[in-house]
Design a protein around this ligand. Structure first.
Ligand code: CO
Length: 399
């Protein structure tokens, strides 16, 4: 078969060489795959923000993350009297317009009302909860002694009538089981006090290897992460305006922190980042909400608190078009957002609410798309880079 021993030798070494190359290629692709599966800094930030506890009025853990993340990109921090964090990246020109970027730190939460003699914790839901979303979920009570895990209990169906089985328990019948043996045990050993905040507990997960993220509090931790990424990009190529990146407190109980922060910032332009209502799952129609996951950033054209400034709307849409970013619209009759307070502070400022579309908001778990997140970052960054004095003057002028 082989003409000579030398030819045989050559053939064998060729096979061996190919085999070796195959092994190297295989190893190389394993390394590449491992790298692809490794979360990048955005994914890690989203995971950390999502899992952080930020009950309404007790936003400290989220504020600490935002302060740490924004430190490299801003000149100074302030806080308002409610705990909103105001991070300032001033323009070199002191007369440059002030653009306020906002997203809220708080999430739907509960407060300890009282403890029963048997050691069960009765609570008050704070913010727009469904009774349905409270039952049989894990919560964490943030006490002076540290976090206490508990379960919002649900009676077993074994002892229910058929009528009771299909009924949703009322919120005032619910309680949290923290494994205490008595009220004294809950108070003294676990440190639980009336008024202690209670946050939902939910783990972040990349959903089945795709580009969707599953976790809690995307409303509005996704918005906060957008702000961090926008500020990171603006640091590389500064904007012609001063940027006030604000992480607001107590949005879920009537945009309270946005009000106090807006009065400190006195914005010329307000851009608020929020969770949008994704309507792309069974049981929801376009008459109720219009965004879908993966369709790009959303823009609120109406909610119960505000109408956006029309010139600002068009300016953002033109910017999106120039960059090839699709934008979705949202017209809701409910909902209220921080943009409303920026819009009304002092003499009023052109403002708008932009969103990262979110499925299943105001529950223990929601879903967002990484592609939507990235496009929102790109759009907001580009809009701010175009906010020079002449543009802002034009946007603020009527007739
Ligand atoms: Co929100």
């Amino acid at each position: 078969m082989f003409e000579s021993p030398r030819a045989y030798h050559l053939a064998v070494s060729r096979v061996l060489y190919h085999d070796q190359m195959r092994r190297i290629l295989l190893l190389f692709s394993i390394v590449l795959l491992a790298q692809a599966a490794e979360p990048d800094h955005v994914e890690r930030l989203l995971a950390e923000l999502s899992e952080a506890y930020g009950p309404i009025g007790f936003e400290g853990p989220v504020r600490a993350i935002m302060r740490r993340e924004l430190t490299p990109y801003v000149a100074r921090f302030e806080t308002d009297g409610l705990g909103s964090l105001i991070a300032v990246a001033p323009a070199s020109d002191a007369a440059a317009p002030r653009v306020m970027l906002a997203a809220h730190m708080d999430e739907l939460s509960l407060l300890v009302k009282h403890i029963t003699p048997e050691g069960f914790v009765k609570f008050l839901p704070v913010g727009g909860w469904l009774d349905l979303a409270l039952v049989n979920q894990r919560f964490v009570i943030l006490t002076r002694k540290g976090p206490v895990t508990g379960l919002c209990a649900l009676k077993t169906p074994h002892i229910m009538s058929s009528e009771e089985r299909s009924r949703i328990p009322r919120r005032d019948s619910l309680f949290i089981d923290v494994g205490a043996t008595s009220r004294q045990d809950a108070e003294e050993r676990l440190g639980i006090r009336p008024g202690d905040p209670i946050a939902p507990q939910s783990r972040f997960e990349k959903l089945n290897g795709g580009n969707l993220y599953l976790g809690k509090a995307w409303d509005d931790r996704a918005g906060l992460a957008v702000i961090v990424e926008v500020m990171r990009r603006l640091k590389q190529a500064p904007a012609p305006c001063s940027v006030y990146a604000v992480a607001t407190a107590q949005e879920e109980v009537g945009v309270r922190g946005a009000k106090t922060a807006s009065y400190l910032v006195k914005p010329d332009i307000g851009i608020n980042l929020e969770g949008g209502v994704a309507a792309d799952h069974p049981g929801i129609t376009a008459d109720e909400a219009q965004e879908r996951i993966g369709g790009g950033p959303g823009m609120f054209l109406h909610d119960s608190f505000m109408l956006p400034n029309v010139k600002l709307r068009d300016f953002i849409l033109d910017t999106a078009k120039a960059r090839g970013i699709p934008v979705q619209f949202e017209i809701l009759s409910g909902y209220g957002e921080d943009g409303a307070e920026m819009q009304r502070a002092y003499g009023g400022a052109p403002s708008i609410n932009l969103t990262v579309p979110t499925r299943y908001m105001h529950n223990h778990n929601g879903i967002i798309s990484r592609a939507d997140f990235d496009r929102t970052v790109e759009l907001v960054t580009e809009v701010i880079r175009r906010m020079d004095s002449a543009t802002v003057k034009r946007l603020k002028t009527f007739d």
